[in-house]
Design a protein around this ligand. Structure first.
Ligand code: CTP
Length: 401
């Protein structure tokens, strides 16, 4: 089978160096990548780097290799065009249909999905000119990823950072697999909890669990790709990059997670509780480190019950019609236990995983059955956590309609 053909457009911003990582991920995962930098991009990263990493020739102008008509061919043959970073200038030229270099020619001739990952200073991003250009591109069907918030060039911080290259790669992979789909969650606010809570015993110890947060992050990423405004309440997920365009609220304990979820759920259309919430916490917290005493048995740890957040938000919905989804990890009698848990918690959907050796914790893959309060039972075969996330949003989206 031919490798999918991806055009990586790079425009002139300091974040151009991060596009090298995106390029590496694309080539290593079996894509044939043609890099088309703008002339300004070459001030940041030279043609030799792009050519060596992609294994393909690199040019910026329509006057190179004219006999091959590259200004038409590259766009026509592409399965996906991704522009990262997309500067304010490149967005403007794309929105207005200018064709003054190879990248803008490629954008005009491409009939495949196009993804823009903007990066610029906050003022430039917020300027009405840029916002109108972004709206124009989106109206025409392009995917424009929201910039991340954080450190910009120099001492500035704010919205305008290029999202993590791994996250841009995930958007590309999704668009290649599914095309630019109708953003069925547009205008919706969804809340996803992810990770595992940690319940402190003393300043250095906690009771925790093995949840990596990957399933919750996949849910957040796919909801954002489907147009939703996403709040991701993330419990101890250090190391996972923020999904592009998602509002991340970091928390530690079950009590903090409850507070953050209740706050975000107030105006949410859907809440998905993918976090592994500790059912119990140490009843007392030792302000100083607990020391061992020679010759004495350790004191037992007394536990106190944590609030059941899923049951609480299901019983007392913040909005009529709000859809609530829970997760359950079971080892035996999976479906019967899942059905009972669905009833006990009072949610609309319950994603039931069978936990075992290779499955669920920390892995990239998952297998589940989604039980509906209406008696439905949707099996999701073993596959990427993204695929399970898409099924969850399909079912949520149906219920919101
Ligand atoms: N959950 C929650 N608050 C808690 C515990 C769990 O909101 N204090 C949510 C989880 O986020 C998950 C679902 O409830 O969506 C299932 O949690 P689980 O721990 O499997 O359910 P339990 O009621 O604790 O059942 P079990 O008897 O299996 O421990």
């Amino acid at each position: 089978m031919d490798k999918p053909k991806v055009v990586l457009g790079v425009s002139g911003g300091i974040a151009a160096y991060k596009a090298c990582e995106l390029l590496r991920r694309l080539t290593e995962s079996g894509h044939d990548v043609r890099v088309v930098p703008t002339a300004s991009a070459l001030h940041f990263v030279g043609a030799a780097t792009w050519s060596a990493l992609s294994g393909n020739p690199v040019s910026t102008e329509v006057w190179d290799d004219v006999h091959e008509v590259p200004h038409v061919r590259i766009g026509q043959q592409a399965d996906l065009v991704v522009v990262a970073p997309a500067t304010a200038d490149t967005l403007a030229r794309a929105a207005h249909g200018l064709a003054d270099d190879l990248l803008t020619n490629t954008l005009l001739t491409a009939r495949c999905p196009v993804v823009f990952a903007p990066a610029m200073h906050t003022e430039m991003w917020e300027h009405p000119a840029t916002q109108e250009n972004v709206a124009t591109l989106r109206r025409r069907g392009a995917v424009v990823i929201e910039p991340a918030v954080g450190r910009l060039t120099g001492v500035d911080t704010g919205k305008g950072r290029l999202p993590d290259p791994g996250e841009i790669f995930e958007v590309c992979r999704r668009v290649l697999a599914r095309g630019v789909t109708e953003p069925d969650l547009k205008g919706r606010h969804v809340v996803v909890s992810a990770g595992g809570t940690r319940e402190p015993l003393d300043p250095v110890r906690f009771l925790g669990n093995r949840s990596s947060g990957k399933q919750g992050y996949a849910l957040a990423r796919t909801a954002a790709a489907r147009g939703a405004r996403v709040t991701l309440v993330a419990a101890n997920t250090t190391g996972l990059p923020d999904p592009a365009g998602v509002d991340v609220v970091p928390v530690g304990t079950a009590v903090q997670l409850r507070e953050a979820v209740l706050k975000a759920a107030a105006d949410a259309d859907a809440v998905v509780m993918a976090a592994a919430v500790a059912d119990f916490r140490p009843a007392t917290y030792a302000a100083g480190k607990i020391k061992k005493k020679d010759g004495q048995d350790p004191d037992p740890i007394v536990l106190a019950r944590n609030p059941d957040i899923l049951a609480e938000i299901s019983a007392d919905r913040a909005r009529p019609g709000q859809v609530i989804v829970g997760f359950a990890a079971e080892t035996d009698d999976v479906l019967a236990n899942g059905r009972r848990k669905l009833e006990r918690k009072g949610c609309d959907l319950l994603v039931v995983n069978e936990v075992g050796e290779r499955k669920t914790f920390g892995s990239e893959e998952n297998e589940a059955v989604v039980l509906g309060a209406d008696g439905t039972e949707i099996p999701v075969p073993y596959g990427p956590k993204e695929a399970l996330a898409e099924t969850v949003w399909d079912l949520v989206s149906e219920r919101l309609r």
